[in-house]
Design a protein around this ligand. Structure first.
Ligand SMILES: C[S@@+](CC[C@H](N)C(=O)[O-])C[C@H]1O[C@@H](n2cnc3c(N)ncnc32)[C@H](O)[C@@H]1O
Length: 255
């Protein structure tokens, strides 16, 4: 389970780019009418809703009660349930399991892949995109430097993310019996909203675990320092561009 606190309303207001980018992953999934599909780490439900427009029967699963509550209120016609992606099963297997921008929050990747494999029908597909090796390294290196120089801390001990290389992840999928049909590790520089406060808001949304035990003042100060340190590599004209590096996979359960 991640220790991140998800602020569902703010997520929709300031981070709609996350699910907007996920529409390309829905195209790769090509959901069909009548299929049973699980959206793993569904957040506030926008992509589950997008998938359901195909006529598929979608279930959204997430371990954040706040995200699930908001998804239910936005899309009352869809099914959403609380569950841990690192360890789940199902009575009725799915035709496909989809996930956008969620798997890097689940550090027990072996548990995720085992659960996904077990919850698919034979021939079922697993289509996912998430952070790959090197993802947001510009922000992370700025944070690491500030933590070491000003707080005498090793940020690695608080890192909440799993960013595997293409080789690591496809090997993991194959070790569980998947046939990997497509795997792509690509750069996706991402313009952060909120101009000069882009890194600040990004950290306020995604960086909870790093600032555990900080007072409000210390957190503000640390975030200001990290934003300043990140400017050298990530600022372009009018905004921060986070150096997202995504891993996109399409795998099939062989038998
Ligand atoms: C960045 S959001 C992405 C949400 C959505 N897929 C989208 O594209 O907007 C990551 C989501 O993963 C969920 N998550 C993190 N760890 C999880 C876990 N172990 N099991 C289920 N969901 C998890 C979070 O609660 C959050 O809603």
């Amino acid at each position: 389970m991640s220790e991140q606190v998800w602020k569902a309303h703010d997520y929709d207001r300031q981070l709609s780019f996350v699910s907007a980018y996920g529409k390309g992953v829905v195209e790769l999934l090509t959901p069909q009418p009548g299929e049973r599909i699980l959206d793993l780490g569904c957040g506030t439900g926008d992509l589950a809703n997008e998938i359901s427009a195909s006529g598929a029967h979608v279930t959204g699963m997430d371990d954040s009660a706040e995200m699930i509550e908001r998804a239910k209120s936005k899309y009352p016609g869809l099914t959403f349930l609380a569950g841990d992606g690192e360890n789940f099963d199902t009575e009725s297997p799915y035709d496909a399991i989809f996930s956008n921008a969620a798997l890097h929050w689940m550090k027990d990747a072996d548990g995720v892949v085992r659960s996904v494999y077990g919850a698919l029908k034979p021939g079922g597909r697993f289509v996912a995109e998430f952070g790959g090796k090197g993802n947001i390294d510009g922000i992370y290196q700025a944070l690491k430097t500030v933590f070491a120089d000003h707080y005498g801390m090793d940020a690695d001990t608080r890192n909440p993310w799993y960013f595997p290389s293409l080789g690591q992840y496809t090997t993991l999928l194959e070790s569980h019996g998947f046939r990997v049909r497509i795997a792509h590790h690509f750069d996706r520089p991402t313009k952060l909203p909120e101009g000069k406060d882009g890194v600040k808001y990004w950290l306020l949304h995604f960086g909870d675990r790093f600032f555990a035990g900080f007072s409000a003042e210390e957190k503000d100060e640390a975030i200001a320092r990290i934003s300043q340190a990140a400017r050298a590599t990530l600022w372009r004209e009018d905004a921060f561009y986070a150096d997202y590096k995504r891993l996109r996979v399409f795998a099939e359960k062989v038998s």
